[in-house]
Write a protein that binds this ligand. Structure first.
Ligand code: UD1
Ligand code: UDP
Length: 365
């Protein structure tokens, strides 16, 4: 079967690294990079570090508003996908690249496989929530990371083609952790002692696009009680430059601002931190897997099990709640295995095999 996989953002490069080579051992995969992320540190570094096959096709669509990106990716995809003789389209997660891939598959009449289906924050203001809901409702094979995701789909009346496979990002975290610990010099590079610093990431549109939430985020960071490393996403950097917040944070002695880091360096910093403050989806999961307490700078999360187990606290952009969470950082005693234990990529490909053998790609469900 010829599968056209469409990726384009940092977390998707990590996810595809768990699937792509395995998929190619049994099927013909054409890897399409939308170009939504294009800087070396948001894109190429992941291909190098995670042994992800080079893209077969690069659409080079670049930055723009959500609608511009979706429209440009769809237009570019239409030009190439029709000629590829694809049997199915595969997308990951919830970005504009995901939505454009899903809509293009629908327009071209191609069956759609969605990896990381069924995640919900129940926050309709997030572009990601709209992207994943639409993608799930267009998908034929829905591969879920968690039992909660399966339930979420059921609640929306989607039960055909749904499989629980575990989380493909977890495969990479678990396999890369010993490599990162051994090879990365990230602690030395910033003169950090294990367990004695915080790690920060922030890039959600709802947290950084408008001045008011951005100011609250900056106030949380200025108030942190210990050394903190903050690899700054370009969306956030651009906004902080506009408001003058960047200069404030650069002037704060306890904060070390860096460019976005490669996967191994970031994982090394995460695994050795006292805690991470983040609004990222992927980082919440990774923190759980490396057993580091997570403080999530949002009011809701898709990864509810990390909160239920006490490893993750939702504090929004509230400085007092964040500081209180930092005052109570004890790691819970229980750390049950979640997310499939490193086998999700294998189960994704198995599910695609079974689906293909049953004629799935030949009919939309
Ligand atoms: C996107 C996804 C988000 C995901 C994130 C992963 C959507 C709606 N959002 O957000 O779900 O969590 O990727 O990191 O798809 N920029 C650069 N260099 C790049 C890419 C972007 O400088 O290589 C800058 C541009 O100014 C751009 C801004 O970052 O306008 C935002 O990029 P964009 O891809 O639109 O959204 P992300 O915030 O990265
Ligand atoms: N990540 C990275 N370098 C960084 C920040 C994050 O390699 O400086 C990785 C992180 O380990 C995770 C992924 O990027 O695998 C998460 O991407 P992001 O937070 O951009 O997106 P989200 O998961 O929120 O969609």
């Amino acid at each position: 079967m010829r599968v056209v996989t469409i990726i384009g953002n940092r977390p998707q490069f990590v996810k595809a690294a768990a699937v792509s080579r395995r998929l190619r051992s049994r099927h013909d995969e054409v890897l399409v990079h939308s170009g939504q992320h294009y800087d070396d540190e948001l894109s190429a570094v992941f291909f190098r570090e995670l042994d992800l096959p080079a893209p077969d096709i690069e659409l080079g669509v670049g930055s723009g508003s959500d609608s511009e990106q979706v429209a440009r990716i769809m237009h570019a995809l239409e030009q190439v996908t029709g000629e590829l003789g694809a049997s199915a389209v595969l997308v990951y997660g919830d970005t504009n690249t995901t939505l454009a891939g899903a809509l293009s598959a629908a327009k071209l009449g191609l069956p759609l496989v969605h990896v990381e289906a069924g995640m919900r924050s129940f926050d309709g203001t997030m572009p990601e929530e709209r992207n994943r809901v639409i993608t799930d409702h267009l998908a034929d094979l829905l591969l879920c990371s968690t039992p909660q995701a399966v339930d979420n789909l059921g609640a929306e009346g989607i039960d055909g083609g749904v499989r629980l496979v575990g989380d493909v990002m977890a495969d990479i975290t678990l396999s890369a952790l010993p490599i990162a610990q051994e090879r990365s010099d990230a602690l030395d590079r910033w003169d950090l002692d294990a367990g004695a610093y915080l790690l920060v990431t922030a890039h959600r549109a709802g947290n950084v696009d408008d001045d008011e939430p951005l100011e609250k985020l900056v106030e949380v960071l200025e108030a942190l009680p210990s050394r903190a490393v903050f690899p700054v996403h370009p969306r956030t950097r651009a906004r902080m430059e506009e408001t003058g917040a960047l200069a404030r944070l650069e002037a704060a002695e306890h904060l070390t601002l860096t460019p976005p880091l490669g996967y191994l360096g970031f994982l090394k910093l995460l695994a050795n931190s006292a805690a991470v403050l983040t609004d990222s989806g992927g980082v919440q999961k990774e923190a759980y897997l490396v057993e580091v307490p997570c403080i999530t700078l949002r009011e809701r999360t898709e990864w509810v099990e990390t909160v239920e187990l006490g490893w993750n606290r939702l504090v929004g952009l509230d400085r007092e709640r964040a500081l209180d969470a930092l005052d109570h950082l004890e790691a819970p005693a229980a750390h049950p295995g979640l997310y499939g234990g490193g086998r999700a990529g294998e189960l994704v490909v198995n599910a695609i095999d079974v689906w293909a053998a049953a004629g799935g790609p030949g009919r939309r469900q």
